[in-house]
Design a protein around this ligand. Structure first.
Ligand SMILES: *Cc1c(COP(=O)(O)O)cnc(C)c1O
Length: 393
C-alpha cells in the first residue's frame, strides 16, 4: 500500500497495487483481465465493470497508477500517445481556438493542422519560450494553450507557471505533453496545468515494446468529460499492453536516473569536441532555458541533440556508431540515435525545419542503459571517422 509520505521511487513500485489488488490470490502483479464483458449478479444493479471499452480492471490499475504519480484526479489509458492527445482536443467545439507551441511533436502538429481544422477549430502556433508572444496571441475564443516542454529535438524550455498564469487570466485550459520528463522529473498539475498527456510508448514503458498513451486530469469534472470521450471514441489501451506498461513504470525512476546521468556526461563530453557545432541539453548551464528548467523540474532527462557541420558528416557518424539503434522513438533501455531531418521532421518544409534549428547536421540521442563509458568510446570513434569525412568534404 502507498502512503503519501513515500518517496517517488517507492510510489512507482507500489502504486499499481494500491487500488485493485488481486485480493483473493495475493498476486504481486496486476492480473491481465482478458474479458470483454462481465456477468452482472443482479438484474437491476450492475457491478463496476460491464464492457471493457468502458472499463477493464487491468487498465483501471494502470489509470489509477498514473493518476497517483502525476498527482491528478483521473487517469485514462489510450491506444497511443496520439490518441490520448487527439482525444483531449475533442473536448473542444467548433468555433474554438487553440494556442500551440510551434515546436510541438510532429504528429500533434499534423492532427491540429489536418484534422482539427476540419471541425472548424482554429489554431495559432507560437514560440512558447516567449511569454509576451503567448499573451499576444490569445483571442476571444481561445480555449486551450498546448505546451510541450522540453521540446523536440532542440529541448526548448517553456515556463509552465508563466503560461498557466496567462491561461487562467483568459479562462483557458492548459494541456501539457510530459513525455520527455515524465512525472519522475516534472509535475505539471502541481504547477496549475489542467491535463497532462503522455506518449507512454517512450520512457514510461521504457522497453521499445508497446505503443500507448496516457492522460491525467487535474480535476474530476474534466476527468469525467475525457472519460466520456475515451469511451465514445473508443481508442482504449488493451489489457495486455496495460499490464506491460504497469510493469515498465515500476523501473522508471531507476532507468531515468541512470540515463539522465549518462546524458549529462555525454553532453558535457560533446561540448568539447571540435567537430560538434552545438549541443542541446537542458542540464547544460549555457542552455537557453536552463534557469527555468532548473526551477520547474527535478532532473534533465535522457535526450540530447547535437549539431555536426553537414549531412555527409552526420551520415558518416551514424554509420560508424556501433551501440545505439538508428531509429525513430526514444526513452528505451537501448540508446536510440535519430536524424530529425528525415525522421521526426520529414514532413516539415526545409525552411520551417531550419528556422527551428533542425539543420542537416542535427542528430538526436536518447540515452539508454548501456555503460556510459562504452557509449562515449563509441561516440569518440564515430566522431573520428566522421572527422575524416570533414577533411574530404
Ligand atoms: C512519440 C511522441 C508522441 C506520440 O506518441 P505515440 O505513442 O507515438 O502515438 C507525442 N508526443 C511526444 C513528445 C512524443 O515523443
Amino acid at each position: 500500500m502507498n502512503s503519501n509520505q513515500d518517496q517517488f521511487e517507492t510510489k512507482l513500485i507500489h502504486a499499481s497495487s494500491s487500488g485493485l489488488v488481486e485480493q483473493k490470490t495475493g498476486a504481486v502483479n496486476v492480473p491481465i483481465y482478458l474479458s470483454s464483458t462481465y456477468h452482472q449478479e443482479s438484474f437491476d444493479d450492475f457491478g463496476p465493470f460491464d464492457y471493457s471499452r468502458s472499463g477493464n480492471p487491468t487498465r483501471l490499475a494502470l489509470e489509477q497508477t498514473i493518476a497517483q504519480l502525476e498527482g491528478g484526479s483521473r487517469g485514462l489509458a489510450f491506444a497511443s500517445g496520439m490518441s490520448a492527445i487527439s482525444s483531449a482536443f475533442m473536448l473542444l467545439s467548433s468555433g474554438d481556438h487553440v494556442l500551440v507551441s510551434e515546436d510541438v511533436y510532429g504528429g500533434t502538429y499534423r492532427f491540429i493542422t489536418e484534422v482539427l481544422n476540419k471541425y472548424l477549430i482554429d489554431y495559432t502556433f507560437v514560440n512558447m519560450t516567449d511569454l509576451n508572444e503567448v499573451a499576444g496571441a490569445i483571442k476571444q475564443n481561445t480555449k486551450v494553450i498546448y505546451i510541450e516542454t522540453p521540446s523536440n529535438p532542440c529541448l526548448n524550455i517553456t515556463d509552465i507557471e508563466g503560461v498557466v498564469k496567462i491561461a487562467k487570466a483568459n479562462y483557458c485550459l492548459t494541456f501539457l505533453d510530459n513525455t520527455f520528463m515524465t512525472p519522475f522529473y516534472q509535475s505539471p498539475l502541481e504547477l496549475g496545468v489542467d491535463i497532462v498527456l503522455h506518449s507512454a510508448t517512450k520512457f514510461l514503458s521504457g522497453h521499445s515494446d508497446i505503443i500507448a498513451g496516457l492522460a491525467v486530469t487535474k480535476n474530476e469534472e474534466l476527468g469525467e468529460k475525457l472519460a466520456f470521450i475515451q469511451n465514445t471514441f473508443g481508442s482504449i489501451l488493451g489489457a495486455q499492453d496495460s499490464y506491460l506498461l504497469v510493469q515498465g513504470m515500476k523501473t522508471l525512476g531507476t532507468r531515468l536516473k541512470q540515463s539522465s546521468g549518462s546524458a549529462m556526461k555525454i553532453a558535457t563530453h560533446l561540448v568539447d569536441h571540435p567537430l560538434i557545432e552545438e549541443v542541446f541539453y537542458p542540464g547544460l548551464r549555457f542552455h537557453r532555458g536552463y534557469p527555468i528548467h532548473l526551477r520547474q523540474t527535478k532532473g534533465d532527462g535522457a535526450v540530447l541533440s547535437f549539431r555536426l557541420p553537414n549531412k555527409a558528416i552526420a551520415k558518416a557518424f551514424v554509420e560508424s556508431m556501433r551501440l545505439p539503434v538508428f531509429a525513430v522513438s526514444l526513452g528505451a533501455v537501448e540508446s536510440i540515435l535519430s536524424y530529425p531531418a528525415t525522421m521526426s521532421h520529414a514532413a516539415m518544409p526545409r525552411i520551417e525545419r531550419e528556422k527551428r534549428g533542425i539543420t542537416d547536421g542535427l542528430l538526436r540521442l536518447s540515452v539508454g542503459l548501456e555503460h556510459v563509458d562504452d557509449l562515449i568510446a563509441d561516440i569518440d570513434q564515430a566522431l573520428e571517422v566522421a572527422g575524416h569525412q570533414f577533411v574530404i568534404s
